[in-house]
Design a protein around this ligand. Structure first.
Ligand SMILES: [Zn+2]
Length: 177
């Protein structure tokens, strides 16, 4: 695999689009028909390296059955992560597939080593709970990332499905709501 597909995917997952519509409620079985209503908005940081103070408005929904709220972030953002999805993916690929030393990547990207270490540890931990379509459960960190790249745009709905779960899953962590 050359650099192009990885770069393409990274670029797509860096563009801040609108919040997607939820396809399910995280608290109820996945096939329960839509039963949620709009429940206001909140602001969060947009993970924008050029404008670190930039924020996005995220729609909140409320499940009418369990009376709890949830939301769904744009594709470029991961739950509890201040860095855009595409950048996280590119950095993990550089570290785990290309084997670039963490300290060198930190220098090149002007990001702290502790940030990279946190993402890398989070990824290696989360990976064990994440399943890629038609792949065996246990993949090494490098094999997991290499399998993502040729999936191209199907990564977008896959990552969304992970975020819509309870707990929320992402490539760098699993989070209860
Ligand atoms: Zn529900």
């Amino acid at each position: 695999m050359g650099m192009m597909p990885a770069l393409f995917l990274s670029a797509v997952l860096r563009q801040l689009g609108p919040c997607p519509q939820p396809s399910r409620c995280p608290y109820c079985p996945a096939d329960t028909p839509p039963h949620w209503i709009g429940w206001g908005y909140y602001e969060r940081y947009a993970g924008d390296p050029e404008h670190p103070s930039k924020k996005v408005v995220v729609r909140r929904f409320r499940c009418k059955i369990v009376a709890r709220t949830f939301s769904l972030l744009p594709h470029a953002l991961l739950p509890y992560c201040s860095i855009r999805t595409g950048l996280v993916l590119a950095w993990l690929h550089t570290l785990h597939v290309e084997g670039t030393p963490l300290s060198r990547l930190a220098r090149q990207m002007r990001v702290s080593r502790s940030t990279l270490r946190r993402l890398s540890v989070g990824f290696r931990r989360a990976r064990q709970a994440l399943r890629l379509p038609s792949r065996p459960a246990a993949l090494t960190a490098a094999a997991f990332l290499e399998a993502l790249v040729p999936m191209a745009l199907t990564v977008v709905p896959l990552f969304q499905a992970w975020k819509e779960r309870e707990p929320k899953h992402s490539i760098v962590g699993l989070h209860p709501r």
